[in-house]
Write a protein that binds this ligand. Structure first.
Ligand code: TEU
Ligand code: CA
Length: 596
């Protein structure tokens, strides 16, 4: 009996040694790397998205700012990420938190000055971090000088910078607005007796890309930022820029799917090619990523096939619409998300980039609820485990991860009870719309606890001091009360925290190019609980196992696990040897094995 215990202990220690020894170290030979075609820094990067308003406030006005970000660059660097994507930092009246730009060449006053920006970029480059800015050029703010001119008279030189429909022609064909209380994208303006187009809020008029002067002005502005030294752009709703300016009725084939209709404008790819020629090709070491709103999988390669000379990457929305009832306004499907559907979406998107192009992967951003609440489990029992499991998924797919700040801590939805707590134009306008049309407001508010964008925008949780160390003033949006336990200071001290796990797995991805470039193969496809796949590159083979449930679950696989080496596991105890052989995972367990 005693001997058995002794042997068990030795086995356990050996297993621990294996785990420890596999931790970050550049063990993979670089010789193998030379056989990987089309290597690019942005394929190997992990992008960390910062919502500047909510990261760190430096002057006590309750709003995050550039100086705040500068003060925390060492933290960002410590994560191991390579790129920061900042949501818009340009002059804006902030009806949509910076997605309504009034001057593309000025920094938003609340965020700081151009001198602050220059310091930020310098300090980032100094630390080997790259900077990606948000390019919002489907629309401007109605406070932009171009629009002020444009609306002033029908003969103003800027008139054709926007889409106008003279009222004497009658009412224009219906267009849907995402953020309008009447869902109407045409707004009547009495100054010139005409309607202007706004796919988003009425304070976000759409630019007329059919006008070459608009394109030239945008390209010039892009060169201005590239010349400052930025490393790329994330392009807001870029598939929406091109429109049929005769504004016909929406063709029946779209079945009311406005996003898809908007994403298919004529001349779109001509404009992107022109942008590439006039701007992007002149800055060859930079990266671009299209927000692929409305883009279907069949169209994705048109944006990112390198031979077409348009953009580098695109992120899609298929994953994000899982669990919502189709055709509704983000209404949760009581049936929840089926893991099989989830696997299918990500496997399909992987497959289209099998031979050309390159994918992206994300589970949260400023338009989405918190990753762990939506895709994992934010109860105290499973929050940390499921956060780590989801992070494992993001860091082991063949795509560039776009990782949302705060998810590395396992931050959760705040789930506001009252409409008064919300700041987001989307929630506020939809609430008003429902109120005006006699909709079910209680149901709406319940739903918002899960889906509202403000859930992902609450201030970052630094420590246990007042307001989580985000601000000394009154935060612009409430701080999640769970900051007392979920915060950087506490998690940095804990080697088993969500944060510590995030750093480890980033290092693992960096050290194992098989996790970046390796061929992805989905296994045990119909398994409703476990997501299992391999990644293979030049003879190296890695197995990823993810349990998406609160119970034990196993996958049907047929590998010889005797020679398998555990690379990482989100439980801080080693899996039972028997469980490894039968591929049995504990609740929300994530494990990566190297197969021999
Ligand atoms: O989002 C585009 C977009 O598709 C969103 O409107 C989306 O439908 C919504 O957020 C789902 O809740 C981009 C930006 O990411 C978003 O923050 C802006 O509000 C929007 O464009 C307008 O610029
Ligand atoms: Ca501030």
């Amino acid at each position: 009996m005693k001997i058995m215990k002794y042997i068990n202990l030795i086995v356990l220690m050996a297993a621990i040694a294996t785990i420890v020894s596999c931790q970050p170290q550049n063990k993979k030979s670089t010789a193998k790397n030379t056989t990987i075609p089309n290597r690019k820094w942005w394929k190997e990067a992990v992008v960390y998205q910062i919502y500047p308003r909510s990261f760190k406030d430096s002057n006590g006005d309750g709003i995050g700012d550039l100086k705040g970000i500068i003060s925390k660059l060492d933290y960002v660097k410590s994560l191991g990420v390579n790129v920061i994507w900042l949501n818009p930092i340009f002059a804006s009246p902030n009806h949509d938190n910076g997605y309504d730009i009034s001057d593309y060449r000025e920094i938003m006053k609340q965020f700081g000055t151009m001198a602050d920006f220059d310091t930020l970029l310098n300090e980032m480059h100094h630390r080997g971090l790259k900077l990606v800015l948000d390019l919002v050029v489907n629309h401007t703010s109605s406070d932009h000088e171009w629009f002020k001119q444009s609306r002033s008279s029908r003969t103003n030189p800027y008139r054709d910078f926007y889409h106008w429909w003279p009222a004497e022609r009658g009412k224009p064909a219906k267009r849907f607005s995402f953020f309008d209380v009447n869902n109407n994208a045409w707004r009547y303006d009495s100054t010139t007796n005409a309607y202007y187009l706004h796919y988003f809020a009425r304070s976000q008029p759409d630019l007329n890309w059919e006008n070459p002067k608009v394109r030239q002005a945008i390209f010039k502005m892009m060169r201005f930022w590239f010349n400052k030294g930025i490393d790329g752009f994330r392009m807001d709703v870029i598939p929406f820029i091109a429109k049929d300016t005769t504004f016909p009725k929406m063709p029946a084939k779209y079945h009311g799917n406005w996003a898809h209709f908007y994403a298919n404008g004529p001349h779109l790819h001509e404009y992107l090619k022109e942008m590439n020629k006039e701007v992007l090709s002149k800055y060859p070491n930079t990266m671009t990523v299209a927000e692929g709103a409305g883009v279907t999988i069949g169209e994705a390669l048109k944006f990112v096939d390198p031979a077409r000379k348009e953009l580098n990457m695109l992120y899609n929305f298929d994953g994000m619409s899982l669990g919502y009832i189709p055709g509704t306004y983000k209404e949760l499907d009581p049936k929840g998300v089926k893991l099989v559907d989830f696997k299918n979406v990500y496997s399909r998107w992987d497959s289209i980039y099998e031979n050309k192009g390159w994918g992206t992967i994300y589970l949260g951003n400023h338009d989405q609820p918190r990753m762990v609440t939506r895709w994992g489990n934010d109860s105290p029992q499973f929050r940390a485990l499921s956060s780590k499991m989801l992070t494992t998924f993001l860091m082991t797919m063949r795509a560039t991860p776009f990782y949302y700040f705060g998810d590395e801590l396992g931050m959760t939805n705040i789930k506001f009870d009252s409409i008064k707590d919300y700041e987001d134009i989307e929630t506020l306008h939809e609430y008003q719309h429902l109120k005006n049309t006699g909709g079910n407001l209680k149901k709406f508010l319940d739903n918002q606890k899960m889906v509202a964008r403000d859930n992902g925008r609450t201030p970052f949780q630094w420590d246990t001091t007042k307001n989580a160390g985000f601000t000394t003033g009154k935060p612009w949006l409430k701080v999640n009360p769970n900051y007392k336990t979920i915060n950087v200071a506490a998690e940095e001290k804990n080697p088993n925290s969500v944060l510590s796990y995030f750093k480890k797995i980033i290092q693992l991805r960096k050290d194992n190019l098989v996790l970046v470039y390796g061929k992805y193969t989905l296994l045990d496809k119909e398994n409703p609980d476990v997501y299992a796949y391999t990644r293979v590159l030049n003879g190296e083979k890695v197995l990823v196992l993810l349990n998406f449930t609160t119970h034990k679950a196993s996958a049907k696989l047929s590998f010889d696990m005797n020679k398998a080496k555990l690379l990482i596991d989100n439980y801080n105890t080693v899996p039972d040897a028997n469980a490894v052989k039968t591929f049995t995972l504990r609740p929300y367990e994530a494990a990566i094995f190297e197969l021999k």
